[in-house]
Design a protein around this ligand. Structure first.
Ligand code: FE
Ligand code: ZN
Length: 523
């Protein structure tokens, strides 16, 4: 009898299935108290009354997560294989383009790994299952991004210099400390600050600046390998941004006392993100042989307009635009020129090439920056070119003063005066600390105990900490620059210096059957 009357098990709806396969997996701890298990969740002062209010807009179970991701991986590697087999590197717009990639890939890959670690830790720290699962998925996503980027590096590394030692360079080379310190600052913060730093400020507010203009630029410059991993990551990015926005709304709705804490995190991480993006500004304006949009245009669309409407949305919680945002708008027609000038100066100690802009580049810059380029920057670049023509390419061999917070050389001008270098100083326990901006100074002043520990590359060189073990700076014939390059694992004369006359340039011209520019002009 039983057999005939049994009804088949009811098919679960999407929502029920999701609840069982995510929240249903959580449990109330009994052997240990919640305070002991989630030991970081309270010290920031954020108050959460009901973790079940955390919404999961994607309702993604682990089962479908793996299915989607596997499909994306199959497509991605098919394209990367095709790129490799067809010598896709020969189809990029110009050999100079690869330097954009060197900076991007060597900077972003370890940063993504940092993001992977950060989200693995966060998944462990949040008591809410919805939040924990979303963080676990993002931790796996970030690891996948690292892998896709390493595959892209390994392809370009066969043909171009400067990428082979990226794992070491990330801990040692001066400009790498900018993204590195950004992620380490986030990783050593409390869980809510971590989430707002990465998922909200970086992913929601700022990565559009990397993924939209930069990826379309990669396509425009013929780099299908980068476009492919970029789009593959971008589809995860949508989920990450939603996680960030969800987190911020959840925290703001839980308790009004959270608002000022969240505002301070937004102020801080907006500013840190903006300083980090100065690298992107010079990529857009100076490093792409075929340009898509200027930094100023990108900042206007992706921050002022899109970011502005986002903050407008958040104003109902009592959130305002991030502190000092007006300064970023005032400096939008200076940022890329000032940053590229730094890399032109210090190309001797960088693992990618820089160069003075060509006549064509300068015409574009004049058009995009009518209020600043011809007046402030063109004369400087023309002077560099004159020096080059006389065989005296200018290299700055000094060590720059670095900002204690963002670790960028003090190369930015005062927001209200393009002719004056911005410089801020704070005394803390008998020592002086230097800053590039009001934003970086404020971040330091809130947590000086944290930032006095910063590993500032220039200071470390001067203290003798940037040599391989056993090297004796007192030994006769000691060559500081040569020893520094060994420590950086940078091959001088190959990885560094101007693009003109580099091994990369010579190879590129040979592969493309082109004559060096000088010879072509003379002929
Ligand atoms: Fe990522
Ligand atoms: Zn700074």
């Amino acid at each position: 009898m039983e057999k005939t009357t049994a009804t088949p098990p009811k098919k679960l709806g999407l929502k029920e299935k999701y609840a069982l396969m995510t929240r249903g997996l959580g449990w109330e701890p009994t052997y240990r108290g919640a305070d002991e298990l989630y030991d970081q969740i309270k010290f920031e002062g954020i108050k959460i009354h009901d973790w079940s209010k955390w919404e999961d807009p994607f309702r993604l179970t682990m089962e479908s997560y793996w299915k989607y991701q596997a499909e994306k991986e199959r497509k991605l590697y098919a394209i990367i294989d095709a790129f490799e087999q067809n010598n896709g590197h020969l189809n990029v717009s110009d050999g100079r383009y690869v330097n954009t990639l060197k900076l991007f890939l060597t900077g972003i890959t370890p940063a993504e790994y940092g993001a992977h670690r950060l989200f693995a830790m966060l998944g462990r720290q949040f008591p809410g299952v919805g939040a924990a699962i979303a963080c676990q998925m993002q931790a796996i996503d970030e690891l996948r991004h690292v892998q896709t980027q390493v595959h892209t590096i390994s392809q370009y590394n066969k043909f171009f210099s400067g990428m082979s030692e990226w794992r070491h360079m990330t801990d040692r080379v001066w400009y790498m400390s900018v993204p590195k310190s950004f992620f380490e600052d986030a990783m050593t913060a409390g869980p809510f600050e971590q989430m707002i730093a990465i998922s909200f400020s970086l992913e929601y507010l700022l990565t559009n600046l990397v993924f939209m203009p930069f990826m379309s630029a990669a396509a425009y410059n013929g780099d299908m390998a980068t476009v492919t991993f970029g789009f593959s990551s971008q589809s995860d990015e949508a989920r990450h941004m939603t996680l960030g926005l969800e987190c911020i709304k959840f925290v703001l709705e839980q308790d009004p006392a959270n608002v000022p804490i969240v505002q301070r995190y937004l102020d801080k991480w907006f500013w840190r993100g903006y300083r980090l993006l100065s690298l992107v500004s010079m990529m857009l304006d100076y490093m792409l042989p075929k340009k898509v949009m200027s930094w100023k245009e990108a900042w206007e669309i992706y921050f002022v307009q899109n970011g502005g409407s986002l903050f407008n949305d958040l104003s109902r919680y009592g959130i305002r635009m991030p502190k000092y945002w007006e300064q970023t708008v005032a400096s939008a027609d200076r940022l890329s020129h000032e940053t590229w000038n730094t890399f032109y100066n210090f190309a001797g100690a960088a693992a990618f090439h820089s160069w003075a802009p060509s006549d064509e580049d300068m015409a574009w810059l004049s058009e995009k920056y009518p209020d600043t380029f011809d007046q402030h920057y063109r004369p400087r670049f023309e002077w560099y070119r004159e020096q080059e023509a006389q065989g005296k390419r200018f290299y700055n061999n000094s060590l720059p003063m670095l900002c204690q917070t963002c670790q960028i050389p003090l190369n930015a001008s005062e927001p209200d005066d393009p002719t004056k270098t911005a410089y801020r100083e704070v005394e803390h326990e008998g020592n002086k600390y230097h800053f590039c901006s009001d934003g970086c100074r404020d971040i330091f002043c809130h947590e000086p105990e944290k930032y006095v520990q910063a590993w500032l590359p220039a200071n470390q060189v001067l203290q003798g900490n940037c040599f391989e073990p056993g090297v004796d700076p007192e030994a006769p014939g000691f060559d500081a620059a040569a020893e520094l390059f060994k420590y950086y694992r940078l091959t001088p004369g190959q990885d560094n210096g101007d693009y003109r006359g580099s091994k990369d340039e010579a190879n590129w011209l040979k592969w493309k059957g082109l004559a060096p520019a000088d010879a072509a002009e003379a002929a």
